[in-house]
Design a protein around this ligand. Structure first.
Ligand SMILES: NC(=O)c1ccc[n+]([C@@H]2O[C@H](COP(=O)([O-])OP(=O)(O)OC[C@H]3O[C@@H](n4cnc5c(N)ncnc54)[C@H](OP(=O)(O)O)[C@@H]3O)[C@@H](O)[C@H]2O)c1
Length: 281
């Protein structure tokens, strides 16, 4: 039995769709907070659990041998707490193989808040005694519209990304590779950097946006203070402002510029590239 947390989210949903191509629904358990958000798949089990509720996690994982742990959607210490709970509950429930969606270049000294959380979780997984596969995901291509906002239509990018480049990768490609690993997990422990073939700066994105969409595209590297003030103006809570500021600083310091194609052994087609993505979305 393969259990999947975050099954109502973008990556969880896409991974289930990919898994259903080779695994019967009776062998899949979708773990959700709210079953009403999940599209019904006849035969697929659905269990309710919350990352904040240890007992619900143990109950939901029981009976599964393989678990996909989708990283927490929270920030800072709360995210660290939730992810540690998931690892502990997985071991307690008898999970044999844990697959975890980490972030690129996790480290106790990462500038990115999520990089520190994921590092802590990776250590917990390695110490848990379970077999594991870790996907260290770079930024999704699908986050570009979130980074650049109205620039998708105007071409005028404003972001404190400096000259930092990002090795964007499509969520659907990650889901395909996750489904391959979940259907046939290897014994032991393996970690993969999940990246696109190239890294692109926001200046590159502006250029490609101009070429693909015929926009008068430019990139303005705004200051971190300006970025924080804008986020506060949108009503983001302080912890979210800190999280997204740490992400921008991390990008400027090239924590997301690594490229590594090793993981593409799980794919049978080339990955979606940024030009195709920006042209179509
Ligand atoms: N690499 C990147 O560019 C990137 C970008 C965004 C996020 N991420 C990370 O990657 C993960 C997956 O990405 P995604 O696009 O699939 O994110 P997403 O669409 O926001 O999905 C997050 C999933 O986590 C579930 N969740 C949130 N809080 C939970 C809790 N307390 N207990 C149990 N489940 C909870 C959500 O359930 P509900 O539907 O009930 O809310 C949802 O199913 C995110 O959670 C985040 O850690 C990476």
């Amino acid at each position: 039995m393969i259990a999947i947390t975050g099954a109502t989210g973008n990556l969880g949903r896409a991974t289930i769709q990919q898994l259903l191509k080779t695994v019967s629904p009776e062998n899949i358990t979708a773990i959700v907070r709210d079953p009403n958000k999940l599209e019904t798949v006849p035969g697929m089990q659905v269990k309710i659990a919350d990352y904040d509720d240890y007992n619900s996690l143990v109950a939901a994982f029981s009976g599964a041998d393989t678990l996909l742990q989708i990283s927490s959607a929270s920030y800072g210490d709360h995210a660290t707490f939730q992810e540690e709970q998931v690892v502990k509950a997985a071991a307690a429930a008898g999970i044999q193989h844990l697959v975890y969606t980490s972030t690129l270049q996790p480290s106790s000294a990462a500038i990115f808040d999520g990089g520190r959380t994921c590092y802590n979780t990776e250590v917990a997984i390695r110490n848990s005694g379970m077999h594991y596969t870790i996907f260290r995901n770079s930024m999704y291509l699908e986050t570009i519209p979130l980074f650049i906002g109205p620039a998708m239509e105007t071409g005028q990018i404003r972001y404190p990304g400096g000259e930092g480049a990002i090795s964007f990768v499509g969520r659907e490609d990650i889901a395909k590779a996750l489904a391959k690993v979940l259907a046939a997990p290897a014994k032991g422990g393996r970690s993969f950097n999940i990246t696109g073939d190239h890294a692109y700066s926001f200046g590159d994105i502006a250029r490609i946006l101009g070429e693909e969409r015929g926009l008068p595209a430019t990139y303005t590297n705004i200051s971190e203070e300006e970025f924080r003030t804008e986020m506060e103006g949108f009503g983001l809570p302080p912890e979210a402002v800190d999280f997204y500021s740490s992400m921008a600083a991390s990008i400027r310091n090239r924590e997301f510029s690594l490229t590594d194609m090793t993981w593409q052994q799980f794919l049978d087609k080339p990955t979606l590239d940024i030009r195709a993505f920006l042209g179509e979305n």
